[in-house]
Design a protein around this ligand. Structure first.
Ligand code: XBP
Ligand code: MG
Length: 267
């Protein structure tokens, strides 16, 4: 069978979940506040407003975001080495503060996340995590929201420690496919942001874009499905809008996309 026909027959075998913004609105009330706690704990007058944080979010990775902000400030150390040392210490403190906010119950899962996870699992699909954030942050969020055995739900768990090249680089998604032993067309990535969308697409994976609060106007041209939440109306190419994303519909959209691609490859 030609590769294109083979692909057209492939069922959807895995959902690969992003974390920040996709599983929960962790950025504005979680990471941002924890960064501000870190500034305060070092006696620094800096605070990231909701708006400033939205601008900085185009840089993936908390350490990289800090380095960018420090480089743009007049009142930060002049030397790049000193700025890096300061950013590392601030990031360490931020990552100590973040789980405390999560444990205090400040952040819940977005609507529809738990349901779609259950539907995928009931259908026998695999699930993976592919995130830019650190493992301890994922552990804090998911143990609180899914219980102590949360990791059993995921065949593969990839965080900043596993994929140091941050999104939009495809490293984390390429690694996820490798560990799942799947080909790109056998999985869908669930993402919330332009960097996440670009990362999955660069690894050849179709994307279910569930825009988060900071990325409400994220362009969905490269996404297979677009919505503003898994329990909200969802749009896909060449099929009518549905009131919410659900597993059988997602499988159908995925199958149609593969067929269209296979047909295009034959012409
Ligand atoms: C989002 C990020 C992260 C978080 C902060 O990752 O870019 O940097 O904002 O976490 P994703 P760290 O959407 O891929 O989950 O400080 O641990 O980087
Ligand atoms: Mg995200």
């Amino acid at each position: 069978m030609a590769p294109s026909q083979d692909a057209a027959a492939a069922p959807l075998r895995a959902l690969i979940w992003d974390v920040d913004g996709t599983l929960a609105e962790t950025e504005r009330d979680g990471h941002r506040v924890a960064f501000n706690d870190a500034f305060a704990s070092m006696g620094l007058p800096w605070r990231w407003s909701v708006e400033r944080y939205g601008v900085l979010l185009s840089t993936s990775g908390g350490l990289e975001r800090l380095q960018r902000d420090l480089a743009e400030r007049d009142d930060a150390p002049r030397s790049a080495l000193e700025r890096l040392a300061l950013a590392r210490e601030l990031h360490r403190r931020k990552n100590a503060a973040y789980p405390r906010r999560v444990d205090a119950g400040a952040i819940g899962l977005r609507p529809g996340v738990r349901r779609l996870m259950q539907e995928a699992r009931d259908a026998g699909a695999l699930m993976a995590i592919a995130t830019t954030t650190g493992r301890a942050n994922v552990e804090a969020l998911l143990s609180r929201q899914l219980g102590a055995a949360w990791a059993d739900a995921f065949a593969v768990l990839l965080c900043a420690e596993d994929a140091p090249q941050k999104k939009p680089h495809p490293q984390v998604y390429a690694l996820a496919l490798q560990r799942l032993a799947l080909r790109p067309h056998e999985a869908i990535a669930v993402e919330d942001s332009p960097n996440g969308l670009a990362s999955a697409r660069a690894a050849g994976i179709e994307v279910l874009l569930t825009r988060s609060a900071y990325f409400e106007s994220c362009d969905a041209a490269d996404a297979l499905v677009a919505c503003n939440g898994l329990d909200a109306p969802a749009l896909a190419r060449r099929v009518p809008e549905v009131p919410r994303v659900h597993w059988p519909w997602l499988c159908d959209v995925h199958r149609r996309a593969l067929r269209t691609r296979a047909a295009a490859a034959l012409h």
